[in-house]
Ligand binder design. Structure first.
Ligand SMILES: [Zn+2]
Length: 452
Protein backbone atom coordinates (compact mmCIF):
# COMPACT_ATOMS: atom_id res chain seq x y z
CA UNK A 1 0.00 0.00 0.00
CA UNK A 2 1.34 3.45 -0.88
CA UNK A 3 1.26 6.33 1.57
CA UNK A 4 -1.37 8.02 -0.62
CA UNK A 5 -3.74 5.07 -0.30
CA UNK A 6 -3.04 4.71 3.40
CA UNK A 7 -3.91 8.37 3.84
CA UNK A 8 -7.20 7.77 2.02
CA UNK A 9 -8.50 5.65 4.90
CA UNK A 10 -9.10 8.59 7.19
CA UNK A 11 -11.69 8.83 9.95
CA UNK A 12 -14.50 10.62 8.16
CA UNK A 13 -17.72 12.37 9.13
CA UNK A 14 -20.35 12.70 6.40
CA UNK A 15 -22.71 15.43 7.53
CA UNK A 16 -26.32 16.21 6.71
CA UNK A 17 -27.01 13.64 3.98
CA UNK A 18 -30.27 11.85 3.40
CA UNK A 19 -29.36 8.25 4.22
CA UNK A 20 -30.98 5.30 2.51
CA UNK A 21 -30.10 2.76 5.18
CA UNK A 22 -31.61 -0.30 3.41
CA UNK A 23 -32.14 -1.56 6.96
CA UNK A 24 -35.30 -3.02 8.51
CA UNK A 25 -34.92 -1.24 11.86
CA UNK A 26 -33.13 2.04 11.11
CA UNK A 27 -35.47 4.19 9.00
CA UNK A 28 -34.23 6.29 6.10
CA UNK A 29 -33.70 9.93 7.00
CA UNK A 30 -31.27 12.76 7.55
CA UNK A 31 -28.23 11.57 9.50
CA UNK A 32 -24.56 12.22 10.06
CA UNK A 33 -22.48 9.13 9.28
CA UNK A 34 -19.10 8.47 10.92
CA UNK A 35 -16.56 6.15 9.26
CA UNK A 36 -13.72 4.79 11.33
CA UNK A 37 -11.31 1.86 10.92
CA UNK A 38 -13.06 0.66 7.80
CA UNK A 39 -16.47 0.45 9.46
CA UNK A 40 -19.59 2.58 9.76
CA UNK A 41 -19.02 3.69 13.33
CA UNK A 42 -22.14 5.76 13.98
CA UNK A 43 -25.32 6.90 12.23
CA UNK A 44 -27.02 9.66 14.25
CA UNK A 45 -29.15 12.75 13.60
CA UNK A 46 -26.21 14.93 14.73
CA UNK A 47 -22.57 13.98 15.31
CA UNK A 48 -19.96 16.54 16.30
CA UNK A 49 -16.66 16.38 14.38
CA UNK A 50 -13.77 14.83 16.25
CA UNK A 51 -10.15 15.94 16.03
CA UNK A 52 -8.36 14.55 12.98
CA UNK A 53 -11.59 13.67 11.23
CA UNK A 54 -12.24 14.55 7.58
CA UNK A 55 -15.60 16.32 7.44
CA UNK A 56 -17.67 16.08 4.29
CA UNK A 57 -20.64 18.42 3.91
CA UNK A 58 -23.26 16.25 2.20
CA UNK A 59 -26.34 18.37 2.69
CA UNK A 60 -28.69 17.90 -0.26
CA UNK A 61 -26.95 14.63 -1.17
CA UNK A 62 -27.77 10.96 -0.54
CA UNK A 63 -25.73 8.27 1.19
CA UNK A 64 -26.48 4.70 0.19
CA UNK A 65 -24.64 1.39 0.27
CA UNK A 66 -22.21 0.70 -2.55
CA UNK A 67 -23.68 -1.37 -5.36
CA UNK A 68 -22.83 -5.07 -5.58
CA UNK A 69 -22.80 -6.42 -9.14
CA UNK A 70 -23.02 -10.17 -8.99
CA UNK A 71 -22.07 -10.93 -12.60
CA UNK A 72 -19.17 -9.18 -14.35
CA UNK A 73 -16.43 -10.13 -16.84
CA UNK A 74 -13.55 -7.69 -16.34
CA UNK A 75 -11.60 -9.60 -19.00
CA UNK A 76 -14.04 -8.37 -21.66
CA UNK A 77 -14.03 -4.63 -20.96
CA UNK A 78 -11.43 -4.06 -23.68
CA UNK A 79 -13.90 -5.46 -26.23
CA UNK A 80 -16.68 -2.97 -25.59
CA UNK A 81 -18.47 -1.96 -28.82
CA UNK A 82 -16.73 -4.72 -30.81
CA UNK A 83 -19.34 -7.49 -30.58
CA UNK A 84 -22.71 -5.87 -31.10
CA UNK A 85 -25.92 -7.17 -32.62
CA UNK A 86 -25.44 -10.94 -32.34
CA UNK A 87 -27.18 -13.81 -30.53
CA UNK A 88 -25.43 -15.48 -27.59
CA UNK A 89 -23.79 -18.50 -29.21
CA UNK A 90 -22.63 -16.55 -32.30
CA UNK A 91 -21.50 -13.70 -30.03
CA UNK A 92 -19.34 -16.14 -28.09
CA UNK A 93 -17.93 -18.13 -31.01
CA UNK A 94 -17.36 -15.30 -33.49
CA UNK A 95 -16.15 -12.55 -31.20
CA UNK A 96 -15.72 -13.15 -27.46
CA UNK A 97 -13.78 -16.43 -27.45
CA UNK A 98 -11.31 -15.30 -30.15
CA UNK A 99 -10.81 -12.01 -28.28
CA UNK A 100 -10.32 -13.71 -24.91
CA UNK A 101 -7.91 -16.17 -26.54
CA UNK A 102 -5.81 -13.19 -27.69
CA UNK A 103 -5.22 -11.85 -24.18
CA UNK A 104 -1.77 -11.55 -22.66
CA UNK A 105 -1.16 -10.74 -19.00
CA UNK A 106 -0.78 -7.05 -19.90
CA UNK A 107 -3.90 -6.80 -22.06
CA UNK A 108 -5.92 -8.59 -19.38
CA UNK A 109 -4.61 -6.22 -16.73
CA UNK A 110 -5.56 -3.24 -18.93
CA UNK A 111 -9.05 -4.70 -19.43
CA UNK A 112 -9.52 -5.25 -15.70
CA UNK A 113 -8.23 -1.78 -14.79
CA UNK A 114 -10.61 -0.24 -17.33
CA UNK A 115 -13.61 -2.13 -15.95
CA UNK A 116 -12.74 -1.49 -12.31
CA UNK A 117 -12.37 2.25 -12.95
CA UNK A 118 -15.79 2.35 -14.60
CA UNK A 119 -17.37 0.33 -11.79
CA UNK A 120 -15.95 2.49 -9.01
CA UNK A 121 -16.85 5.78 -10.70
CA UNK A 122 -20.45 4.52 -10.96
CA UNK A 123 -20.76 3.58 -7.29
CA UNK A 124 -20.14 -0.18 -7.50
CA UNK A 125 -18.07 -1.40 -4.55
CA UNK A 126 -18.18 -5.19 -4.99
CA UNK A 127 -18.43 -7.63 -7.87
CA UNK A 128 -18.57 -11.31 -8.70
CA UNK A 129 -16.21 -11.68 -11.66
CA UNK A 130 -15.63 -14.41 -14.21
CA UNK A 131 -12.15 -14.19 -15.70
CA UNK A 132 -10.94 -15.73 -18.91
CA UNK A 133 -9.10 -19.05 -19.08
CA UNK A 134 -5.48 -17.83 -18.95
CA UNK A 135 -3.55 -15.09 -17.09
CA UNK A 136 -6.27 -14.59 -14.44
CA UNK A 137 -3.61 -13.47 -11.94
CA UNK A 138 -3.73 -10.15 -13.85
CA UNK A 139 -7.37 -9.69 -12.78
CA UNK A 140 -6.55 -10.50 -9.16
CA UNK A 141 -3.65 -8.07 -9.10
CA UNK A 142 -5.87 -5.34 -10.57
CA UNK A 143 -8.55 -6.05 -7.96
CA UNK A 144 -6.08 -5.95 -5.08
CA UNK A 145 -4.48 -2.70 -6.25
CA UNK A 146 -7.83 -1.02 -6.88
CA UNK A 147 -9.43 -1.66 -3.49
CA UNK A 148 -12.64 -3.02 -5.07
CA UNK A 149 -14.25 -5.95 -3.23
CA UNK A 150 -14.65 -9.11 -5.32
CA UNK A 151 -15.21 -12.79 -5.65
CA UNK A 152 -13.30 -13.75 -8.78
CA UNK A 153 -12.07 -16.83 -10.55
CA UNK A 154 -10.51 -18.08 -13.73
CA UNK A 155 -12.94 -19.24 -16.41
CA UNK A 156 -12.98 -23.03 -16.79
CA UNK A 157 -13.48 -24.53 -20.29
CA UNK A 158 -12.59 -28.21 -20.69
CA UNK A 159 -15.25 -29.24 -23.24
CA UNK A 160 -13.78 -30.98 -26.31
CA UNK A 161 -15.06 -28.31 -28.72
CA UNK A 162 -13.42 -25.40 -26.90
CA UNK A 163 -11.42 -23.14 -29.27
CA UNK A 164 -7.68 -24.05 -29.12
CA UNK A 165 -6.57 -20.73 -27.57
CA UNK A 166 -8.83 -21.37 -24.56
CA UNK A 167 -8.90 -25.18 -24.40
CA UNK A 168 -7.59 -26.89 -21.28
CA UNK A 169 -7.77 -30.35 -19.81
CA UNK A 170 -10.02 -31.07 -16.85
CA UNK A 171 -7.03 -31.70 -14.61
CA UNK A 172 -5.20 -28.54 -15.73
CA UNK A 173 -8.31 -26.41 -15.25
CA UNK A 174 -8.81 -27.70 -11.72
CA UNK A 175 -5.13 -27.43 -10.86
CA UNK A 176 -4.83 -23.84 -12.05
CA UNK A 177 -8.05 -22.86 -10.24
CA UNK A 178 -6.76 -24.33 -6.99
CA UNK A 179 -3.39 -22.64 -7.39
CA UNK A 180 -5.11 -19.28 -7.92
CA UNK A 181 -7.40 -19.91 -4.93
CA UNK A 182 -4.37 -20.74 -2.80
CA UNK A 183 -2.64 -17.54 -3.86
CA UNK A 184 -5.51 -15.04 -3.92
CA UNK A 185 -8.39 -16.21 -1.70
CA UNK A 186 -8.41 -13.69 1.16
CA UNK A 187 -6.00 -11.28 -0.55
CA UNK A 188 -6.33 -7.50 -0.31
CA UNK A 189 -7.06 -7.60 3.44
CA UNK A 190 -9.78 -10.18 2.78
CA UNK A 191 -11.59 -8.09 0.15
CA UNK A 192 -10.70 -10.51 -2.66
CA UNK A 193 -11.96 -14.08 -2.53
CA UNK A 194 -11.88 -17.00 -4.94
CA UNK A 195 -14.88 -18.38 -6.79
CA UNK A 196 -14.71 -21.29 -9.23
CA UNK A 197 -15.98 -20.15 -12.63
CA UNK A 198 -16.99 -22.98 -14.96
CA UNK A 199 -18.17 -20.96 -17.98
CA UNK A 200 -21.47 -22.75 -18.59
CA UNK A 201 -22.63 -26.31 -19.06
CA UNK A 202 -21.78 -26.32 -22.76
CA UNK A 203 -18.13 -25.36 -22.11
CA UNK A 204 -17.54 -27.93 -19.37
CA UNK A 205 -17.49 -31.68 -18.87
CA UNK A 206 -19.64 -33.33 -16.20
CA UNK A 207 -16.44 -34.46 -14.51
CA UNK A 208 -15.16 -30.88 -14.17
CA UNK A 209 -18.44 -29.61 -12.75
CA UNK A 210 -18.65 -32.47 -10.24
CA UNK A 211 -15.07 -31.77 -9.13
CA UNK A 212 -15.82 -28.05 -8.80
CA UNK A 213 -18.90 -28.76 -6.66
CA UNK A 214 -16.91 -31.03 -4.36
CA UNK A 215 -13.89 -28.74 -4.05
CA UNK A 216 -16.01 -25.63 -3.46
CA UNK A 217 -17.86 -27.48 -0.72
CA UNK A 218 -14.67 -28.72 0.92
CA UNK A 219 -13.01 -25.30 0.86
CA UNK A 220 -16.00 -23.00 1.40
CA UNK A 221 -15.45 -21.31 -1.98
CA UNK A 222 -18.06 -19.78 -4.29
CA UNK A 223 -19.15 -21.10 -7.69
CA UNK A 224 -20.07 -18.65 -10.44
CA UNK A 225 -21.50 -19.78 -13.77
CA UNK A 226 -24.10 -18.99 -16.42
CA UNK A 227 -27.40 -20.82 -16.77
CA UNK A 228 -30.52 -20.76 -18.92
CA UNK A 229 -29.66 -17.58 -20.77
CA UNK A 230 -30.76 -18.53 -24.26
CA UNK A 231 -33.21 -21.02 -25.78
CA UNK A 232 -30.56 -22.58 -28.07
CA UNK A 233 -28.31 -23.13 -25.04
CA UNK A 234 -31.18 -24.68 -23.07
CA UNK A 235 -32.03 -27.01 -25.98
CA UNK A 236 -28.42 -28.23 -26.17
CA UNK A 237 -28.32 -28.81 -22.39
CA UNK A 238 -31.63 -30.71 -22.63
CA UNK A 239 -30.18 -32.97 -25.31
CA UNK A 240 -27.05 -33.66 -23.23
CA UNK A 241 -28.77 -34.11 -19.87
CA UNK A 242 -31.44 -36.51 -21.02
CA UNK A 243 -34.18 -33.93 -21.02
CA UNK A 244 -33.83 -32.06 -17.76
CA UNK A 245 -33.46 -28.29 -17.47
CA UNK A 246 -30.19 -26.43 -17.14
CA UNK A 247 -30.65 -25.46 -13.48
CA UNK A 248 -31.81 -28.98 -12.65
CA UNK A 249 -28.79 -30.46 -14.44
CA UNK A 250 -26.39 -28.18 -12.56
CA UNK A 251 -28.07 -29.13 -9.28
CA UNK A 252 -27.67 -32.81 -10.16
CA UNK A 253 -23.93 -32.20 -10.63
CA UNK A 254 -23.82 -30.47 -7.23
CA UNK A 255 -23.73 -26.87 -8.46
CA UNK A 256 -26.43 -25.35 -6.30
CA UNK A 257 -26.88 -23.62 -2.95
CA UNK A 258 -26.19 -20.26 -1.30
CA UNK A 259 -22.53 -20.13 -2.41
CA UNK A 260 -23.52 -20.60 -6.07
CA UNK A 261 -24.24 -17.58 -8.30
CA UNK A 262 -26.07 -18.38 -11.55
CA UNK A 263 -26.15 -15.57 -14.08
CA UNK A 264 -29.36 -15.06 -16.09
CA UNK A 265 -31.86 -17.90 -15.31
CA UNK A 266 -34.33 -16.69 -17.94
CA UNK A 267 -35.67 -19.94 -19.36
CA UNK A 268 -36.76 -22.06 -16.38
CA UNK A 269 -39.52 -24.54 -15.69
CA UNK A 270 -41.55 -24.52 -12.47
CA UNK A 271 -39.46 -27.27 -10.88
CA UNK A 272 -36.26 -25.33 -11.50
CA UNK A 273 -37.75 -22.21 -9.86
CA UNK A 274 -38.64 -24.33 -6.84
CA UNK A 275 -35.11 -25.81 -6.79
CA UNK A 276 -33.55 -22.34 -6.89
CA UNK A 277 -35.76 -21.20 -3.99
CA UNK A 278 -35.34 -24.24 -1.78
CA UNK A 279 -31.56 -24.46 -2.30
CA UNK A 280 -30.91 -20.74 -1.75
CA UNK A 281 -29.01 -20.57 -5.04
CA UNK A 282 -28.22 -16.98 -6.03
CA UNK A 283 -29.53 -15.64 -9.34
CA UNK A 284 -27.79 -12.69 -10.96
CA UNK A 285 -30.21 -10.80 -13.17
CA UNK A 286 -28.45 -9.04 -16.07
CA UNK A 287 -31.31 -7.27 -17.79
CA UNK A 288 -29.41 -5.12 -20.30
CA UNK A 289 -27.29 -8.02 -21.50
CA UNK A 290 -30.40 -10.18 -21.83
CA UNK A 291 -32.12 -7.52 -23.94
CA UNK A 292 -29.11 -6.75 -26.12
CA UNK A 293 -28.39 -10.40 -26.94
CA UNK A 294 -32.11 -10.96 -27.49
CA UNK A 295 -31.97 -13.71 -24.88
CA UNK A 296 -35.29 -12.97 -23.20
CA UNK A 297 -36.67 -11.35 -20.07
CA UNK A 298 -36.12 -13.02 -16.72
CA UNK A 299 -39.30 -13.25 -14.65
CA UNK A 300 -37.81 -11.41 -11.69
CA UNK A 301 -41.13 -10.62 -9.98
CA UNK A 302 -42.05 -14.30 -10.25
CA UNK A 303 -38.68 -15.43 -8.89
CA UNK A 304 -38.83 -12.97 -5.98
CA UNK A 305 -42.40 -14.07 -5.16
CA UNK A 306 -41.26 -17.70 -5.23
CA UNK A 307 -38.52 -16.92 -2.71
CA UNK A 308 -35.57 -17.06 -5.12
CA UNK A 309 -32.63 -14.85 -4.17
CA UNK A 310 -32.07 -12.30 -6.97
CA UNK A 311 -29.40 -9.61 -7.32
CA UNK A 312 -28.17 -7.57 -10.29
CA UNK A 313 -25.14 -7.42 -12.59
CA UNK A 314 -24.11 -5.76 -15.85
CA UNK A 315 -22.37 -8.86 -17.29
CA UNK A 316 -19.51 -7.94 -19.67
CA UNK A 317 -18.94 -4.73 -21.56
CA UNK A 318 -19.42 -6.31 -25.04
CA UNK A 319 -23.01 -7.36 -24.25
CA UNK A 320 -24.20 -4.27 -22.40
CA UNK A 321 -22.12 -1.97 -23.24
CA UNK A 322 -21.88 -0.37 -19.80
CA UNK A 323 -20.87 -1.72 -16.40
CA UNK A 324 -23.38 0.64 -14.90
CA UNK A 325 -25.74 -0.28 -12.06
CA UNK A 326 -27.83 2.84 -12.67
CA UNK A 327 -28.75 1.58 -16.14
CA UNK A 328 -29.36 -1.90 -14.75
CA UNK A 329 -31.72 -0.62 -12.03
CA UNK A 330 -33.80 1.55 -14.32
CA UNK A 331 -34.04 -1.10 -17.03
CA UNK A 332 -34.74 -3.92 -14.56
CA UNK A 333 -37.69 -1.90 -13.26
CA UNK A 334 -39.07 -0.76 -16.62
CA UNK A 335 -38.83 -4.04 -18.50
CA UNK A 336 -41.23 -5.83 -16.15
CA UNK A 337 -43.99 -3.24 -16.21
CA UNK A 338 -45.53 -4.06 -19.61
CA UNK A 339 -45.57 -7.73 -18.52
CA UNK A 340 -46.51 -7.60 -14.83
CA UNK A 341 -48.07 -4.15 -14.57
CA UNK A 342 -46.82 -0.74 -13.43
CA UNK A 343 -46.74 -1.65 -9.73
CA UNK A 344 -44.25 -4.48 -10.29
CA UNK A 345 -40.56 -3.92 -9.49
CA UNK A 346 -40.99 -0.74 -7.40
CA UNK A 347 -37.95 1.49 -6.92
CA UNK A 348 -37.40 0.34 -3.32
CA UNK A 349 -37.20 -3.31 -4.39
CA UNK A 350 -34.81 -2.53 -7.23
CA UNK A 351 -32.51 -0.60 -4.88
CA UNK A 352 -32.55 -3.53 -2.50
CA UNK A 353 -31.55 -5.96 -5.27
CA UNK A 354 -28.70 -3.60 -6.22
CA UNK A 355 -27.28 -3.30 -2.70
CA UNK A 356 -28.37 -5.51 0.16
CA UNK A 357 -29.29 -8.53 -1.97
CA UNK A 358 -25.91 -8.33 -3.69
CA UNK A 359 -24.19 -8.32 -0.30
CA UNK A 360 -26.20 -11.40 0.68
CA UNK A 361 -25.26 -13.10 -2.60
CA UNK A 362 -21.56 -12.85 -1.70
CA UNK A 363 -22.20 -14.13 1.82
CA UNK A 364 -21.78 -10.74 3.48
CA UNK A 365 -25.37 -9.78 4.25
CA UNK A 366 -24.52 -9.22 7.90
CA UNK A 367 -21.59 -6.91 7.07
CA UNK A 368 -22.44 -5.09 3.85
CA UNK A 369 -25.35 -3.58 1.98
CA UNK A 370 -26.83 -1.46 4.76
CA UNK A 371 -25.84 1.84 6.36
CA UNK A 372 -25.90 0.81 10.01
CA UNK A 373 -23.29 0.99 12.78
CA UNK A 374 -20.84 -1.89 12.72
CA UNK A 375 -21.19 -2.67 9.03
CA UNK A 376 -18.22 -2.30 6.73
CA UNK A 377 -17.80 1.14 5.19
CA UNK A 378 -18.68 0.26 1.58
CA UNK A 379 -20.84 3.20 0.58
CA UNK A 380 -21.38 6.07 -1.83
CA UNK A 381 -22.45 9.71 -1.76
CA UNK A 382 -24.67 10.77 -4.64
CA UNK A 383 -25.38 14.39 -5.52
CA UNK A 384 -28.76 15.38 -6.85
CA UNK A 385 -29.28 17.92 -9.62
CA UNK A 386 -32.47 19.98 -9.68
CA UNK A 387 -32.50 20.12 -13.48
CA UNK A 388 -31.27 16.63 -14.41
CA UNK A 389 -33.13 14.55 -11.82
CA UNK A 390 -35.23 16.94 -9.69
CA UNK A 391 -36.40 19.27 -8.42
CA UNK A 392 -37.75 16.91 -5.72
CA UNK A 393 -39.33 13.51 -5.14
CA UNK A 394 -38.71 10.43 -2.99
CA UNK A 395 -34.97 9.61 -3.03
CA UNK A 396 -35.53 5.98 -4.05
CA UNK A 397 -37.55 7.04 -7.10
CA UNK A 398 -35.06 9.72 -7.96
CA UNK A 399 -32.15 7.27 -7.77
CA UNK A 400 -33.74 4.45 -9.77
CA UNK A 401 -35.66 6.37 -12.42
CA UNK A 402 -33.94 9.73 -12.85
CA UNK A 403 -30.30 9.64 -11.75
CA UNK A 404 -27.31 8.35 -13.66
CA UNK A 405 -23.80 7.33 -12.69
CA UNK A 406 -22.46 10.83 -13.27
CA UNK A 407 -24.17 11.76 -9.98
CA UNK A 408 -21.79 9.57 -7.91
CA UNK A 409 -19.43 11.89 -6.02
CA UNK A 410 -17.69 9.72 -3.40
CA UNK A 411 -17.11 6.00 -2.96
CA UNK A 412 -15.51 4.07 -0.10
CA UNK A 413 -14.70 0.37 0.24
CA UNK A 414 -13.69 -0.86 3.70
CA UNK A 415 -13.36 2.83 4.60
CA UNK A 416 -10.82 3.46 1.84
CA UNK A 417 -11.81 6.56 -0.10
CA UNK A 418 -11.59 5.29 -3.69
CA UNK A 419 -13.59 7.97 -5.50
CA UNK A 420 -13.35 11.53 -4.21
CA UNK A 421 -15.19 14.40 -5.90
CA UNK A 422 -15.88 12.15 -8.91
CA UNK A 423 -12.17 11.31 -9.36
CA UNK A 424 -10.37 8.00 -8.85
CA UNK A 425 -8.08 8.29 -5.84
CA UNK A 426 -5.70 5.41 -6.60
CA UNK A 427 -5.58 5.46 -10.39
CA UNK A 428 -5.29 7.88 -13.28
CA UNK A 429 -8.29 7.62 -15.57
CA UNK A 430 -6.43 9.04 -18.58
CA UNK A 431 -3.58 6.55 -18.17
CA UNK A 432 -6.03 3.64 -17.90
CA UNK A 433 -7.79 4.70 -21.10
CA UNK A 434 -4.58 5.20 -23.00
CA UNK A 435 -3.13 1.86 -21.90
CA UNK A 436 -6.39 0.09 -22.81
CA UNK A 437 -6.31 1.53 -26.33
CA UNK A 438 -2.70 0.45 -26.75
CA UNK A 439 -3.32 -3.09 -25.49
CA UNK A 440 -6.45 -3.51 -27.62
CA UNK A 441 -4.59 -2.35 -30.73
CA UNK A 442 -1.82 -4.89 -30.05
CA UNK A 443 -4.34 -7.67 -29.30
CA UNK A 444 -6.22 -7.11 -32.56
CA UNK A 445 -2.91 -7.18 -34.41
CA UNK A 446 -2.01 -10.51 -32.75
CA UNK A 447 -5.32 -11.94 -33.94
CA UNK A 448 -4.87 -10.51 -37.45
CA UNK A 449 -8.14 -8.61 -36.97
CA UNK A 450 -8.81 -5.15 -38.42
CA UNK A 451 -7.98 -2.25 -36.08
CA UNK A 452 -10.97 -1.05 -34.04
ZN1 LIG B 1 -21.66 -13.44 -18.45
Amino acid sequence: MTSATAAARMPTLIQGAYVLTMDDALADGRYDVRLRDGRIHAVEPVLEPLGGEVVLDARGKVVLPGFVQTHIHLCQTLFRNLADDRALLDWLKERIWPFEGGHTFDSLRASADLGIAELLLGGTTAIVDMGTVHHTEAVFEALIDSGLRAIAGKCMMDAPDTPPALAESTAASIAESLALAERFDGAGDGRVRYGFAPRFVLSCTDELMRDVARLADERGLWIHTHSSENTDEVALVHARSGGIGNVAFLAELGISGPRTVLAHCIHLDADEVATLASSGTRVSHCVTSNLKLGSGICDVPGLVDAGVHVSLGADGAPCNNRLDMWTEMRTAALVQKPIHGPTSMPAELVLRLATRAGAEAIGMGDELGRIVPGFRADLQVVGFDDVLDGPMGPPASRLVYACSREAVEHVWVDGHHLVADKQLVRADKAEIGQRARGELTALLKRLGAPAA
